[in-house]
Design a protein around this ligand. Structure first.
Ligand SMILES: NC(=O)c1ccc[n+]([C@@H]2O[C@H](COP(=O)([O-])OP(=O)(O)OC[C@H]3O[C@@H](n4cnc5c(N)ncnc54)[C@H](OP(=O)(O)O)[C@@H]3O)[C@@H](O)[C@H]2O)c1
Length: 92
């Protein structure tokens, strides 16, 4: 049984990459919801079209520098604190 159950939301960074797109497709086919990140709107435009059949199960957010999110997660896991640095689109 998978640790993360179908129906859960999975974050895929760099969702426009060749391998990442296959990861996104596989997750959607298996019943997961996917939030993909891209570095710019232009780089992700084709994804919205590619995965439109999955409706709101696929969403795209622009994160210019994913390392800011990683730093946030490390800070929270170490200190248990919160930081305003994380983009709301990722945190929800
Ligand atoms: N495809 C294969 O058959 C294959 C086989 C073996 C190993 N690999 C390795 O697997 C990895 C992914 O391959 P892929 O074919 O999916 O590559 P890809 O289609 O070129 O995708 C690369 C992804 O990484 C992102 N990226 C590149 N530089 C970045 C940076 N400095 N900061 C943040 N994001 C960055 C790209 O974003 P942008 O579009 O915004 O640049 C894109 O989303 C690569 O390391 C590749 O060498 C691939």
């Amino acid at each position: 049984m998978p640790t993360v159950q179908p129906g859960s939301k999975v974050l895929v960074s760099g969702a426009n990459g060749f391998i990442a797109m296959w990861v996104v497709r596989t997750l959607l086919e298996k019943g997961y919801a996917v939030r993909g990140t891209v570095r710019s709107q232009e780089r992700g435009r084709h994804l919205t079209d590619t995965f439109k059949e999955y409706g709101d199960k696929f969403e795209l957010v622009v994160v210019k520098d994913i390392t800011t999110v990683c730093v946030f997660l490390i800070r929270v896991s170490v200190s248990g604190g919160t930081s305003p640095a994380i983009p709301n689109s990722i945190a929800e």
